[in-house]
Design a protein around this ligand. Structure first.
Ligand code: GLU
Length: 304
């Protein structure tokens, strides 16, 4: 087996000396309060070995990484019917882009951009008895950790400033692709994005995607086919308009969030999570991208 601890330590040390050109997201005021100096990596292998370096047990706002969890829950509940309301093509556009949605008549390109995730949120609001609580429980079960929670301050902060998401939800509603009220769906969406998790909890929660749908606790959270399809969507759509660049540099399915987290995985092998809040101009963690590039290069573990 490779000496993962040594590899992670070296990557962390090398990158801690590099100038961090990223900027912390400030369009959600509560996120701007996080220090740019935080930097962590956590690796969880399929045979249950784990390795960490840096602030791997400090919680941060998972933001768009939550879109994978809501997609998984909706897909597990509704199966292929889901694809009538959202497509599975990369968008090549920023996460909160509006004009494509107008052109494509309210069918979002994929479930990992804001418009697609807002449609998924609508599906969950329609089908769950207590949508926010049931979703949180799903994430806790995926991670096998009952302490995970929403960060109400972050949800409230986005509620006050989420003007583009209101525009997206209203456009979806005008095309008949939102069953519930805009306010109800966005309340769910802002809460899902506000969930606070650390690198360890995220790696544990993504274990099911690397493990044919069987989660950390041993339950089948998804079918193997569903896990396969979600990994494919992560690979092609998980990094906003930088999905090509991530495949080129890192070569793994994954998902980033504007809180500075990135989770990536090699099916049947491992899950790796990085956290560094400084974002590049596409909204992906500047050091996180570099750390993952070095990791897959040094361990020869890209899927390509
Ligand atoms: N809640 C954020 C938004 O909708 C998520 C963005 C992200 O992490 O990409 O703007």
């Amino acid at each position: 087996m490779q000496d993962y601890q040594k590899i992670l330590n070296n990557i962390h040390k090398t990158l801690s000396q590099v100038e961090n050109k990223g900027e912390v997201a400030n369009y959600i005021p509560e996120l701007a309060k996080v220090s740019k100096d935080k930097f962590a990596i956590y690796l969880n292998t399929i045979n249950a070995n784990n390795f960490e370096v840096g602030d791997a047990e400090t919680a941060f706002s998972i933001q768009s990484i939550s879109k994978v969890f809501s997609l998984a829950m909706a897909f597990a509940n509704q199966g292929n019917k889901l694809w009538e309301r959202v497509d599975v093509e990369p968008s090549g556009n920023p996460f909160n882009y509006l004009s494509l949605l107008e052109r494509e008549k309210g069918i979002p390109r994929n479930p990992l951009i804001n418009s697609g995730s807002i449609v998924i949120a609508d599906c969950l609001v329609s089908s769950l008895e207590n949508p926010k609580e049931d979703f949180l429980q799903f994430v806790r079960d995926l991670a096998n950790d009952q302490s995970i929670d929403f960060d109400k301050k972050v949800a409230e902060s986005e509620h006050k400033t989420g003007f583009r998401n209101y525009a997206i939800a209203n456009l979806l509603k005008s095309f008949g692709n939102l069953e519930n009220e805009v306010e109800t769906v966005l309340d769910f969406y802002f809460h899902q994005c506000s969930i606070a998790m650390n690198c360890k909890q995220l790696s544990n929660a993504f274990f099911a995607f690397a493990n044919q749908g069987i989660c950390m606790g041993g339950n089948a959270c998804l079918t193997a086919t569903q896990a396969k399809r979600i990994n494919a969507i992560m690979l092609t759509c998980g990094f906003y308009d930088e999905a090509g660049e991530f495949a080129f540099e890192v070569g793994l399915p994954g998902k980033s969030g504007v809180g500075g987290g990135i989770v990536a995985l090699l099916p049947n092998e491992f899950v790796i999570t990085t956290w560094s809040p400084g974002l590049n101009d596409k909204g992906n963690s500047y050091l996180g991208m570099k750390a993952l590039e070095q990791f897959t290069t040094q361990t020869k573990s890209s899927i390509f």
